[in-house]
Design a binder for this molecule. Sequence first.
Ligand code: T68
Length: 837
Amino acid sequence: VVPPTEKKKGSKLFALKTDFLKNDEDSIQKGILDHVEYTLARTKYNFDSFSAYQGSAYTVRDRLIERWNETQQYYTEKDPKRVYYLSMEFLMGRSLQNAIYNMGLKDEYHSALLELGFELEDLYEEEKDAALGNGGLGRLASCFMDSLATLKYPAWGYGLRYNYGMFEQGIYDGYQTEVPDYWLVAGNPWEIERLDVQYTVRFYGHVTERKSSEGNKFDWEGGELVQAIAYDAPIPGYATTNTNNIRLWSSKPHKEFDLDAFNGGNYLSAVEAKQRSENITSVLYPNDNTYSGKELRLKQQYFFVAATLCDIIRRFKKNHSNWADFPNKVAIQLNDTHPTIGIVELFRKLIDEEHIQWDEAWQIVTKTYAYTNHTILPEALEMWPVSLIENLLPRHMQLIYGINHRFLLQVTQKWPGDIGKMRSLSIIQEGDEKKVRMAHLAIVGSHCVNGVAAMHSELVRNAVFPDFAALWPNKFQNKTNGVTPRRWIQQANPGLSSILNKWLKTDKWVTQLECVKDLKQHINNPELIEEWKSVKQFNKERLADFIHKTCGIQVNTNALFDVHIKRIHEYKRQLLNILGVIYRYLSIKKMSPKDRANVVSRVVVFAGKAAPGYVMAKRHIKLINSVAEVINNDKEVDQYLKVVFIPNYNVSIAQVIVPASDINQQISTAGTEASGTSNMKFTMNGSLIIGTLDGANVEIAEEVGQENMFIFGLRTHEIAGAREKMRQKEVVIDSRLQEVFLNIELGTFGPPEIFKPILDSLMYNDFYLTMQDFPLYLDAQAEVDALWKTQDAWIRKSIINTSSTYFFSSDRAMKEYAEEIWNIEPCEVETSDYRRY
Ligand code: T68
């Protein structure tokens, strides 16, 4: 990056600012002490671990900022096409370890801190997770950002800076409790407040039509104004100077005073109205895979895209004046339908503010946007009441009608006179309450629509939107999800990393995961098998310590660790798992001492949050904890079975659980889980899947081989038939399941009335087909036990799992998006600094 000429600024400026921060131990130590003294205002001779974490974080931040500035200046100079990833959620987790590893400064920080009296690994634990997301969708966005920076793509993430992230889950008396997560309370060294980047966002108001010689003009006026302030989080690529950015918006009161209100003596209520504007980015909605039609949520969505588009357009205009170039310089990806109102917002700006003609403006919009679908569950499809949009965003509602009108003309051309087609494709759903189908708007307004695993994309195209696919066959694509091997192998599993480095004779796998397939050559090498075992053992002991610390439960680390971690949802079927656990418990109880000697010891680990309003999911949590209580206090089964529900599941806890797992449960009803991404993290870490052929499990089975997994259950094409069988009351309940039900009803696990609604939901409408899959699930679990008894065979399968995971790297996913949707290229920063990579 070439600095601006010295002529323009005082020469002293460049004399002083020619170099970057040094990364030797002394410089790092000096930086930490300076930050402890000057940033935290604490004494540098006496500070605790948390201050050491903060001091370290600020020195890392300094280095990130240098790289970030280099990168942004370089992009500005080269002006490549950029991608903007719009997501209401980024589940970032912790940043310190990630930044240190990606910048390649682990050894330097380790020894620098040791001399100051701190273990680097201990300081990682001081950091609070950034939990601005619910689950898979938000974590996917963060994995993607890591890959985009690592692959040197000119990319920006955009999102919201919620003051309260995902709630903190407690478990009391077996029930979930929710405590607000005010994550910023101790400050956030990873963000850079940009008071110089602010935009004004309008809500409510009215539209005035003005006659003019070039056609009528529409002005959106009045209403409430809210200010959007930018907060940046630098995202370092691995082993590169390229450092991208996630820009999160925070809402603040607008400067302008409503003079009438103030002068009318309504000072306090006028201040209150201002304060309300800060509510917009207060809290993350804690629902995953469900739509809640709250006005505040729509406000969040519009606030987010309005500010983002101001920013994107400002950047575009720095170098361009011709709007036809916009789609050649800008790609916008919608992470689900949540930012879909952005399609209409860009269109509005082109028409009302840039005075571009309708057809041309619409071309620009559709060439720019692409949409990712993450679920086909009907309860998750967003449909905003027309009345709500009309009130909050009156001009947008007018434009949606116009867009729909022109779209329906296309539909009539394709299917003349077919009213049914018009009704099913329309962006507006007719009925007692008219609604805008956001998915339809996203499809119509994008040049590309993708699902997140092969099977899911098939369903999106053929089962959910078949008429759209008939209209635009080339619009629909698949982009199977991926996860970053940096966080999920290198950082989470140092033992496995060492094995890979040693046996592959390179650490190239960190950015080229295809290297791991070479591990298969050594599959029969006893030395590798021994190392593999001891790393798994180490990771299990680490998890056992964590379980002891958080739950007070002692678990046997020689037992098989059976893990089920994800949001609690009926379709993910934690219920199937716990019913299986009950059956196992009852079986052990009935065994003779001789038979018990053959039992495979298990530790069954659950973790996950239920949406606070999801009553049935919360009942499932209660059942799991009640069963755990009984089993864990039964001396007779002590060595054979333990059940643990780890509270407050989050990214950093996942980083401890995943590497310690022997099997992981991916047991959703076929056709319900769009992809799943923890299945990929587990497979990378050598954990075997017990699962249905759902989501990305299907592709994992193709890569890993079904013989190296435990696949069971109904297939997607059998689901409708199975549901019909249920309705016809033709399902014969497996006798083992009857025994389980009986024990629940008899109160073995506490007052049966608590669990009655769960059993009722199975008996009257087993929508997720838990009962029909139950016997198949038990069979698969029996296979797990059998294989566990031949440890070497187990380890070989574990190694095969790890070595077959290339395809599930988010690097592969991001290359596909870049080449097949965005049409962008890497833009590697050529740095002026000799010390950089
Ligand atoms: C998940 N979706 C899918 N949604 O369930 C999962 N929803 O199969 C997939 O692997 C993952 O997305 C990534 O593609 C979600 O996580 C949400 O969290 C969500 C949030 C708000 C509203 C609706």
